[in-house]
Ligand binder design. Structure first.
Ligand code: ATP
Ligand code: MG
Length: 361
C-alpha cells in the first residue's frame, strides 16, 4: 500500500523524543522542557499551545539546535526524517551538516522577528540574497520573480520589492520575515508567534495561505501561539504544554470537541466559542508554577479543580488514549478511561526530571 504524502498517516518529517531542556545547573536550574515527545508529519501543521513560560519557544529552539547558553539539552533526541533516506540524529550533526539542514530543510520565524530584517537593505535584495547563495542555478530574473511570488504569498504587493524595512508597517515587516522563511521552500518551518503583531483579518489570511502551502508543498509546520482558537482553525494536530510538559496532544477537531485534560478544558473556556451561543468566560484560576520549583506530582494539580491525592504524588505520563495522548491521573471516567494508580503504568513517582549529563547544543 502506498503511504499518503500528507496527513495523519504521512511519513514523519521531524520527531522529538524525551526532550528535556534546562537553563542553568543545580538546584537553581529552570526545568523549561521536561521529557517532551512530539511527532511532526509531512504536510501537517502541528500547533503548540500553552500559557507564557510553558516552554514552547525553548522546545522549538532546542529542536532546531538553536538554544543559547545557559540553555542546554539535558536529555532526549531529535530526529530529522528525510523524504528519501535514513533518519538523521539532529544532535549528532556536525557544523557543516547542521548549516546545510537549517538552510535547505528547516526555516524558523522567531518570536518578535519583525525586527530581524536588515534595516539598510531593500526587501528584494534580502530575499534574493538567500536564493543567490542557496539556489545558484537561478538567473537574476528568476530570483526576482521568486522574491515577488514569496511576497505576494504573504499578501505584500510586488511593487514593494524595492522598499526598505522602515517603509513598511510592523505587520508588513512580519509578513516579509515569513516570506523569507518560505522562499527556499523548506520542508519544515517553525513559526513562533508569527502573527501576533498582525490584525485579525491579515492573520487569518496568512494562516489560510500557510495551511494551503503546507498541503500543496508537503510543508510541515510547527506553529507556536498562546491563541488556541487560532490553532483550532489551522492546525492538524495540537500539543498543549504546561510547565514544560505536553499534557495533551490530539487532532484539532477532537481537542476542540472533547478536551480530555482539565488544563486543555480551561484553556478552551478562556476564549469565546467559535460558534454557538456566547457563554461567560471562566479562564483558569491561579498562575503557572515557577519552573525552578515545580510542585511535586502533576505540575497542574495546584490549579486543577479535579486534583486528587494521586495527582499530588505522581507525575502523570503521556498515555495513548486511542485518538490522542493525555497526561492526567485525575479523570476516572466520562472521558473514556479508568485511571487508577495501578493502571497508570507509565506514571512516575514525583521526583526531579530525569537528567542525563551532556550538552547537545
Ligand atoms: N535564557 C534563559 N535563562 C533562564 N530561563 C529562561 C531563559 N529563557 C527562557 N527561560 C525560562 O524557561 C521557561 C520557558 O520559556 P519559553 O520562552 O520557552 O516559554 P514560552 O512558552 O515560549 O513563553 P511565551 O509564550 O511567553 O513566549 C520560562 O520559565 C522562562 O522563564
Ligand atoms: Mg515563546
Amino acid at each position: 500500500m502506498n503511504q499518503p504524502k500528507t496527513g495523519p498517516d504521512a511519513p514523519l518529517a521531524l520527531s522529538i523524543n524525551g526532550l528535556s531542556v534546562e537553563y542553568g545547573f543545580g538546584p537553581g536550574a529552570v526545568h523549561a522542557v521536561s521529557g517532551v515527545d512530539l511527532a511532526v508529519r509531512r504536510g501537517q501543521v502541528v500547533g503548540l499551545a500553552g500559557e507564557s513560560g510553558s516552554g514552547k519557544s525553548t522546545l522549538a529552539y532546542a529542536a532546531a539546535r538553536l538554544l543559547r547558553p545557559p540553555g542546554r539539552v539535558a536529555a532526549g533526541s531529535v530526529t530529522y526524517h528525510p523524504a528519501d533516506g535514513v533518519p538523521v540524529d539532529v544532535f549528532g550533526m556536525d557544523d557543516a551538516a547542521l548549516r546545510r539542514w537549517r538552510w535547505d530543510k528547516l526555516a524558523i520565524v522567531a518570536q518578535a522577528s519583525m525586527n530581524a530584517l536588515n534595516p539598510v537593505t531593500t526587501l528584494v535584495s534580502q530575499l534574493t540574497d538567500a536564493l543567490e547563495v542557496h539556489r545558484p542555478g537561478l538567473s537574476g530574473r528568476e530570483r526576482r520573480e521568486r522574491a515577488a511570488a514569496a511576497l505576494e504569498m504573504v499578501g505584500i504587493a510586488r511593487s514593494r520589492l524595492g522598499s526598505y524595512p522602515h517603509e513598511l508597517s510592523g505587520g508588513m515587516r512580519q509578513r516579509a520575515v515569513i516570506a523569507m522563511a518560505l522562499i527556499l521552500e523548506p520542508e519544515i518551518v517553525i513559526m513562533d508567534e508569527p502573527t501576533t503583531a498582525l490584525d485579525v483579518v491579515v492573520q487569518r489570511d496568512i494562516l489560510a495561505q500557510l495551511a494551503e502551502l503546507s498541503e500543496r508543498m508537503s510543508l510541515s509546520v510547527i506553529f507556536i501561539t498562546h491563541d488556541l482558537s487560532l490553532l483550532l482553525e489551522i492546525a492538524d494536530s495540537i500539543a498543549v504544554m504546561y510547565a514544560g510538559r505536553v499534557v495533551e496532544q490530539a487532532p484539532a477537531p477532537e481537542l476542540h470537541e472533547r478536551p480530555l485534560h482539565p488544563y486543555t478544558e480551561g484553556l478552551l473556556r478562556s476564549f469565546p466559542p467559535l460558534d454557538g451561543p456566547l457563554v461567560p468566560l471562566e479562564g483558569i484560576p491561579g498562575s503557572p508554577p515557577d519552573p525552578r520549583n515545580l510542585p511535586p506530582g502533576c505540575p497542574f494539580h495546584p490549579r486543577c479543580p479535579e486534583a486528587r491525592d494521586l495527582c499530588r504524588r505522581h507525575v502523570p505520563a503521556l498515555i495513548d488514549r486511542g485518538d490522542r495522548l493525555v497526561a492526567c491521573l485525575a479523570r476516572e471516567d466520562g472521558s473514556g478511561w479508568a485511571a487508577g494508580e495501578e493502571k497508570q503504568a507509565g506514571a512516575r513517582p514525583a521526583a526531579p526530571a530525569d537528567r542525563v549529563a551532556g550538552d547537545h547544543r
